[in-house]
Design a protein around this ligand. Structure first.
Ligand code: G3H
Ligand code: 13P
Ligand code: NA
Ligand code: ZN
Length: 328
């Protein structure tokens, strides 16, 4: 059944596992997640960004998730607004039937410039008030998502743009995290530990200097009962980079977050692990491979058949490695 995120994360904390939260944007991404969850007997968090809502027509996207709840009636299922940029965006998600929202007040409403701490507390607290009154869960964020290699510079196309933020400005301050949770009443807290969105996270396998696992440990020590969220948690598998590049793609060599590091973070209180890029790579890499091998084809289902299977396998592996399998 469709349910808020809080009981799903409470159960995960009680049993010491983590949940992948997969971004969905179309039928294929949703179907792959649901099939993997059914196969591994796992609870599900699917999330839609503002751009995914716009792309897919959010009313249709939500209807599809509600249909998935009926099609897979035994699976605990949460539909989460990813990176809501204002209380208004979060309200519109709730009005449509989202059962959880992220109020990302770490950035101004333009979704780009780092916001003040006071602004973040204000918009997040207002969102919590509104959401809890209607049984909807809330994720907040403090710190700025972004790579320590580039000072938070956006590098989603692989071309590093110099950022200007220092390590202190990027990473979540553990003491501020304590104040924030107390001031806002959020159900889950996204922390900035050096991960970034997209495929180009690190130019080498990240070690302690690039991935601030010590910050997670420090936050967990101060907030042992707060559910932590890791954004930018795609592993960016080498096999998918190779698949894309073997089929006409041109991706520069890159490194994501190693699965072992995600497993370590789950032992330190991370309960929600956001994954979008890995699914995008599996689906588009497979489509490239199919179209290259079948240049005269215009079969949409043929084009996505292997992509569906690859996404399902990837989701199932995440459910298993994070310990969620068997808890559906
Ligand atoms: O927040 C980052 C997610 O990967 C969503 O990206 O806004 O392009 O859908 P998007
Ligand atoms: P990736 O780009 O690493 O998949 O991160 C997705 C994410 O954090 C969505 O909020
Ligand atoms: Na989120
Ligand atoms: Zn994110």
């Amino acid at each position: 059944p469709l349910m808020p995120m809080r009981p799903i994360l409470d159960h995960a904390a009680e049993h010491g596992y983590g949940l992948p939260a997969f971004n969905i944007t179309n039928l294929e991404t949703l179907l792959a997640v649901m099939r993997a969850a059914e196969r591994t007997d796992s609870p599900v968090i699917v999330q839609a960004s503002q751009s995914a809502r716009k792309y897919a027509d959010d009313m249709l996207l939500v209807a599809m998730v509600k249909a998935a709840a009926e099609r897979f009636p035994t699976i605990p299922l949460c539909l989460h607004q990813d990176h809501g940029s204002s209380p208004e965006v979060c309200k519109s998600a709730m009005d449509l039937g989202f059962t959880s929202v992220m109020m990302d007040g770490s950035l101004e409403a333009d979704g780009k410039s780092p916001a003040s701490y006071e602004y973040n507390v204000d918009v997040t607290r207002r969102t919590v008030e509104m959401a809890h009154a209607r049984g909807v869960s809330v994720e907040g964020e403090i710190g700025v998502l972004g790579s320590l290699e580039t000072g938070g510079g956006e590098q989603e196309d692989g071309h590093g743009l110099e950022g200007t933020l220092s390590r202190e400005e990027l990473l979540t301050d553990p003491q501020q995290a304590v104040d924030f949770v107390k001031a806002t009443g959020v159900d889950a807290l996204a922390v900035a530990i050096g991960t970034s969105h997209g495929a180009y996270k690190f130019s080498r396998r990240p070690e302690g200097d690039l991935l601030a696992m010590d910050v997670i440990a420090a936050i967990h020590e101060r907030l042992p009962h707060t559910h932590l969220v890791m954004h930018g948690a795609s592993t960016v598998p080498e096999a998918l980079q190779d698949l894309i590049n073997a089929s006409g793609g041109e991706m520069a060599k890159t490194y994501g977050v190693p699965l072992e590091e995600i497993e370590r973070s789950i032992a330190m209180g991370v309960r929600k692990v956001n994954i979008d890029t890995d699914l995008r790579m599996a689906l588009t890499g497979s489509a490239r491979e199919y179209l290259k091998a079948n240049p005269s084809s215009f079969d949409i289902r043929g084009m996505h058949k292997n992509g569906l299977a690859r996404m399902e396998a990837l989701c199932a592996e995440r459910f298993e490695r994070f310990g969620a399998a068997g808890h559906g």
